[in-house]
Structures are given as structure tokens and as C-alpha cells.
Design a protein around this ligand. Sequence first.
Ligand code: SF4
Ligand code: MG
Length: 324
Amino acid sequence: SEPLLKVRDLRKYFPIDSPIPFKKSNQSVKAVDGVSFDVMPGETLGVVGESGCGKSTMARLVNQLISPSSGTVEFRGENLIGMDAKKLRETRKSIQMVFQDPYASLDPRKTVGELIAEPLVIHRIGDKASQKKRVLELLEIVGLSHYHAKRYPYEFSGGQRQRINIARALVLNPDIIICDEPVSALDVSVQAQVINLLKELQREYNLTYIFISHDLNVVRYMCDRIAVMYLGKIVEMGTYKEIYENPKHPYTKALLSAIPKESPHDNKERIILKDAIPNPIHPPTGCHFHERCPFMMDICSTKIPQLLDTGNGHIASCHLLKEH
Ligand code: SF4
Ligand code: MG
């Protein structure tokens, strides 16, 4: 089947203010720097990387909350970039988002019922009675109760608030939901409940997800394929199984090393990263990872490695790798 979403060479460069007044700076942060991927209908693509690697910017570009410096985002074969405003507004109903902070994303002055109905009101879908019916239906779908409709966000826990956000994301019957760190702000015990809810909803409504997380341990229960991002680029992408069992890129191996051992016999390669992610204003030359990479070679500091096909639908960019 055809991909639901096709992203090609997407870039977002944020200009940096010049330190000299009235002089235009030509420096920029390459928050997203040439990212390409497909998302198939019904699948979950995980996007993983440390904070500051461009995951959230990428999510906002796909959803068109911000526009890219260049590149294309095709949804059902149509490019969203440069689409006329009316059609884009219509199309964006199918592409919803759930954000990390369940506290910041809900207006505290509105009832839960008003919050869930809001997208229907904005898009003028149905009358008051049918909107109310839909709200009650959704409360049930996300595991809340009818009487919650009259309550305010402060009366709810973090996990319940994320359920409210999920209900809001579902109200327009989207095809794809971009979940940006949806459980990172929640207690570990609550994380699993929200992930299970997202999985049930996917089965029930044939949803497609882009699931963003800094934590490979979280995405392992969720994703069909995983893209690993580092300083604005995808450095590795493959099926869930390939990424966990046969990681190719030293950065992915390092992220996997951070996951606690499953058993004393688990003897997978351990790589502990020394430093923090470099300043994205001045990214390292060559392979952006070279200052932190235990396998660094001479070529790594001068030449940017390209993404290579390493077989089994698996791609990675590292000078250690050979094309399949
Ligand atoms: Fe490490 Fe070089 Fe591979 Fe970059 S290209 S990940 S520095 S070995
Ligand atoms: Mg983020």
C-alpha cells in the first residue's frame, strides 16, 4: 500500500540574532537538517533521540504548526507545504498532536467537555447536542466518565489529563496522531496505562502514530519501526526488531546501553556516552557524533557519513558501515 505520510529532505533552520546591532547574522541552528521518511497506514513510527536533537521541531513541521525552510510533507499524496490555507485547514483535521506536558496543553478556564468539544466548535462540525454526544462518547473511549465533562483540568491527575488530550486529538477522527513525548511527564506506573490506551485506540480506529520519545525503553512497547535522530538528522532507521537486536550506529548502541539489563546473561555491547549533546549552533564537523563516539576515525571529523542501506529495510549513517 501507499505511505500515508511521505517526508522528503525536510529542513528547518532557525536564524540566530546577530550580536552586532543592525547587522544580519548568517548563522542558524539546523534544528531539522534533511530528514526523509515514510509512514505507512496503521503503523507506529518511533522517533528517538536526546532532547535538542530536533524531534519536536520535526513533529511541528509535519503537522504544519511551523513551516519548513525546505522539503516536502506529503499526506495521502498531496504536499502540505504551500497548500492553500482552506485546504490545509481541512487536511490538518486528519493530522493531530498530543504534547508532552498534560498540564500546559489544557486551558484551565475551560471544562473538560468544552476542551474536548473545542475542535468541533472551531471547525463548525455539528450542533451543540451532537457535540455533547461526541464528547461523552470520547470520555468513555479514553477511559474517563461522563461526569468528568463538567470538571476542570486542575481536578485531574497527569495521566487523566493526558487522556483528555488524547480525547481532544481524537474528536475530529484523525488518521494520524503525532505523540510528542506523551508519557515523559508521567509517573512510570501511569506511563504503561497511557501507552496501552494508545495501542487499543490504534487497533480500534486504525490509527497511525508518530511516537516521539527520548527513551528507547518506552518506544519498544509501541513501535513498528524506529528512527534515531541526532542533531537534526536521522542517523539510523529500521524495524523495531532490527534496531533492538541489530543496531548499526554507535549512537543507537549507546542509547540502548542506557536501558537496564534484562538478565545477567544479557551481554550486549555497552557504550556509555561521556559528554552532553553538542551545541547545535556549532555542530561538530564531519559526523556530528564524532566527539562522543568511541569508534571515531580520522575520516569522521571531516566527512559527513551518508545514510546507507544495510539490508532488511535498515539504514544507518556511519563510516564503519558498508552498503548492503
Ligand atoms: Fe562514530 Fe565515525 Fe561512525 Fe560517526 S562515522 S558514528 S564518529 S565511527
Ligand atoms: Mg522535545
